[in-house]
Design a protein around this ligand. Structure first.
Ligand code: F6R
Length: 240
């Protein structure tokens, strides 16, 4: 794993955006795997600036998002579809028809998982996947467990994750208890992966991942098995 340590969140965001911009410039119709949450927000803001400056063209870019709450309507302001539209897609020249987020209303979870993994396969896999990391080491919503699921699936969120994500909701009771998430196998369809982390609250998970051992009890450690992973984290996440 390649490691880039930045001074702070702003530098982390700029460094990640530079690699995404390079990917788009190298392959204008690339497939980006995208994440939501606090971590990539600054990176999306930098990408919008790059677009506005005429340095990045999203016209041919395709995207697949990691996850979506269940059940949730796409126009709910807590949905990850809403997040992507408002934080990136509405501000650049991406064709929304080329953007994919799991369907937070799908009634048949197995069919939705299969549909989503077929989208990834039909796109030819992911060129560059962006990941955040949970305080408990989750990637996507692959939560620590004795077994992990390979494909896209409906995941039960842990109490920890529900509590951490409640900061975005009016109360903890409003946080959905489940989410569709790419599985570890779906994520490993990516040829290149960037995992980002900011803040001392991510230090334990980052340190566990950097130890190099593999455990499903810290799903991010599986990234040690992938040949092209770059960790971009700030000093607080790196040093604690
Ligand atoms: C988001 C996702 C999650 C987050 C993780 C960190 O699409 O898949 O794994 O990356 O929960 O969230 P933040 O960035 O809010 O700390």
């Amino acid at each position: 794993m390649k490691v880039i340590v930045t001074k702070d969140y702003a530098e982390m965001s700029a460094a990640a955006a530079e690699l995404v911009a390079k990917q788009i410039n190298d392959k204008p119709d690339c497939v980006l795997g995208l994440a939501t949450g606090s971590t990539p927000e600054g990176m999306y803001a930098e990408l919008i600036k790059g677009y506005e400056a005429g340095k990045i063209d999203f016209a041919a870019v395709r995207s697949v998002n990691l996850d979506e709450y269940y059940p949730i309507k796409p126009d709910n302001d807590q949905s990850y579809r809403y997040f992507m539209n408002t934080k990136l897609f509405d501000h650049v020249n991406i064709d929304k028809a080329n953007t994919n987020v799991p369907n937070g209303l799908a009634e048949d979870a197995a069919a939705e998982g299969a549909r989503y993994d077929k989208i990834i396969a039909d796109l030819g896999g992911i060129d560059l996947q962006i990941l955040g990391i949970g305080q408990n080491g989750h990637i996507g919503f692959n939560e620590p467990d004795t077994e992990l699921v390979a494909g896209t699936h409906l995941a039960d969120l842990t109490e920890d994750t529900i509590k951490v994500n409640s900061r975005f909701f009016a109360s903890v009771d409003e946080v959905p208890k489940q989410a569709f998430s790419m599985g570890i196998g779906s994520i490993f369809c990516a040829r290149n992966i960037i995992i980002m982390a900011s803040g001392a609250n991510k230090h334990a998970a980052v340190a566990k991942m950097l130890e190099g051992n593999i455990t499903t009890l810290c799903p991010a450690t599986l990234l040690n098995l992938h040949p092209n992973v770059t960790l971009i984290c700030d000093e607080a996440a790196y040093n604690g």
